[in-house]
Design a protein around this ligand. Sequence first.
Ligand SMILES: Cc1ncc(COP(=O)(O)O)c(C=O)c1O
Length: 444
Amino acid sequence: MGGDPLDLPVRVDLLEEPATLAINGGTPVRNRPFPAWPCFDKADEAAVLAALRSGRWGSRPSDGFGNEFATSLAKFQGARRAIATANGTVALEVALKAVGVMPLDEVIVPAYTFIATATAVLALGAIPIFADLDPETYTIDPQDAARRVTSHTRAIVPVHLAGQPADMDGIMAVARTHGLRVVEDAAQAIGASWRGKGVGTIGDIGTFSFQSSKNLNAGEGGAITTDDEALADMAWSLANCGRVPGGAWYHHDITGSNYRMTEIQASLLLSQLARLPGQFARREQSARVLDDGFRSIPGLAPQARPTAITGHAHHLYVLRYDPKGFGGRPRRWFIDAMRAEGIPCSPGYEVPLHRMPGVIAARRTWIDLALRTGRRVLVSDDPDEVGLRVTDRASREEGIWFSQSLLLGEDDDMVDVVEAARRIRAWCNYSGPSFPLPPQRGRD
Ligand SMILES: Cc1ncc(COP(=O)(O)O)c(C=O)c1O
C-alpha cells in the first residue's frame, strides 16, 4: 500500500441541472429505514430462556453454555482454544498480561481505534506507543510500527479495524525481527481471515468483543483465542480469579480477576453465532455493491482491500472522503447531506487516541514513573510531534463510516447509498446557471 490523498481536479463542471439536495429542502433519495439492529428471533428467545431456566446463571468452570460457546467460537475462528470473557476490554487486558506485558513495558498500538486498545495497555501499567496507519487501508502500518520499536517494546497490537484484517504478514515480520509478542485486537472482526487463517489465530493471541454494536452480540461479551495451550491456560486463570484449570475452587496459583461471561450472555451468543455466516455473506455482497458504486465517484474511495484478505467481517464500511471531489466542502457537510438524503453515516473516530485527553494523562503517569527509574523514554507527549499524519487525516478529514447493520440491506438499499453520494457530488460540481451556494456547516 502507499500513496497520499486522492489527487483530484478541484472542480469538475457538470452542465445538467442537478436535483435539489434534501439538505436544501429537496426530496430525499430514501425515506425507508435500513435493517434494525440487533436481530433476534424465537431461537434467541429460547436460548435466553434455556439459560434462565437452568437456574445456573453464573459461569461454570468446565461445562455449561459458556464453555460450549468457547468451543464453538474456537471452531468458527479456527483456533485451538477460546476463553469467554465479560467483554472485549478485559479480554485485551488478559491477553496482554498472558503474553507477559509488565508495568512500564512499551506496547505498539494504532491510535485510530476504540480507546480500549490503549486503556488495556495502560491498565497493566504499560505504555502505549502509537504507530501510524497505512493510508489506504487505515490499519496499522508495519513499517511505521517497526520504527517505533525500542529495547522496552514487549508487544504489538494490530487492530483489525472495521472487520478488515491488518497486514499480518508485515506485523509478524516485525514481531519476528524484534522478538515481540503479537496480540490481535479482533474486537471488530469476528469471522475475518488473512490468507485463509482466522484473525485471532495468527499472532500469539487474539481478542474479540460482543458488545451491542458488534456483528456477534449479546449486549456485552468478549473472548480470547489462541493456538498456544499454555497461553490459553494462563488466560483462563487470569480471567478466573487466578484459579487453575481443573483445580480446586478456592485454590489460586496467581492473582487474576473475575472477567467471566454469564451463562445468559453465552447462550444468546451461541444462537447468534448460528446466524453469523448468512449475515457475513450478505455484508460482503453489500460491500461489493458499495465498492463498485463509490469507486465511480471522484472524491470517494473505499478502504483498500489487500488480496491476502480472504474474509472481511465488515463491522463497518469505511470510506475515504476528499473534499476536492465536492467543491472543497468538508467531510461534516457531506455527512449532513448524506443523512438528509436518508443515509445514516458518521465521521467515526474524530479524536485519535494520541490526542485523547484521558489517554495522554494516563500515559504521562507511566512515562513519569519510567523516567524516575532512570530510563530514557523517547516518546513525545505533543500530538503534533509524534508523526501520525495518516491517523490525523483519517480522523479529522477523511474517514466516513457506515454501520454493519446498514450492510444487512439488499442490493437496492446499497444502490440508494451510492445514489445519494452521486447526487451530492453532481450538485457540488454543477456550474450551470442560477446555482445557489450551499451553507457551509460543521466543525471539520
Ligand atoms: C477495536 C476495539 N477494541 C476493543 C474493544 C472493546 O470491547 P468491549 O466494548 O466489548 O469492551 C472494542 C469495542 O468496543 C473495539 O472496537
